[in-house]
Design a protein around this ligand. Structure first.
Ligand SMILES: [Zn+2]
Length: 111
């Protein structure tokens, strides 16, 4: 059987699956959702512990379902592309900087 990958964002994405695939997807869905939830909770806890603002908003926006019948899940976390980061202006010293993921302090004055 050919193994295929599906990016699932919306119901419309689900409708590209055939009936057997819908059944298999629905069997795996609870595992995928629980794991994503656990990862977000863990990241939020880590962010709080180190006092960093981890941007976890995008986790769970898209899932890739691999129709291989293995029922395992993989969660891949990637940095936001440089182009999507917005420059910040420091309220204290007025310096402009590009925030690094997890560390939003001004590199000039540390505010
Ligand atoms: Zn500053």
């Amino acid at each position: 059987m050919e193994i295929r990958e599906y990016k699932i964002r919306t119901m419309a994405d689900l409708m590209q699956l055939d009936d057997d695939q819908i059944d298999r997807f629905c069997e795996e869905l609870p595992i995928m959702v629980r794991q994503m939830k656990a990862v977000v909770q863990l990241m939020n806890a880590c962010g709080e512990a180190i006092g960093a603002d981890l941007d976890v908003a995008k986790v769970g926006e898209t899932m890739v379902w691999i129709d291989d019948g293995k029922r395992d899940t993989t969660i891949t976390l990637t940095e936001r592309p440089e182009a999507e980061r917005q420059d910040m202006r420091c309220d204290s010293c007025g310096g402009v900087y590009t925030p690094k993921p997890g560390f939003a302090q001004c590199p000039d004055c540390g505010a």
